[in-house]
Design a protein around this ligand. Sequence first.
Ligand SMILES: [Zn+2]
Length: 123
Amino acid sequence: MNLFDLVQAQQIHAAEVSAERAGNKVIGVEGRLGELESRFNRLALVTHSLWDLLKDRHGYTGEELRDWVTLTDLKDGKLDGRLRQTTAPLNCHKCNRVISRAFARCMYCDEPAAEGDIFDRVH
Ligand SMILES: [Zn+2]
């Protein structure tokens, strides 16, 4: 193997390592995207169910809902189309470590998270 072949082999190896790292990042992003899609779908389900309940059982109108959304948006002082929740973290009931409300299972021991607030897994 001459010097040119050696340099080329090193470059090929470096490119393979780089491609593998990029592939691992893509897998991580795909997992995160799937998690976000799951949260979005749960949020849409809960939101539509709530709206149907309010319309059908209590007679609220779309205009009242829009006004209420505006009031909720303004709770943090900014009308920016965002909800800023400040909820305390949960403790896993098995290992007692702090876990995110956003996940269905403890990331340390894989214990299912206790059902809490209905919106816990959507934010
Ligand atoms: Zn745990």
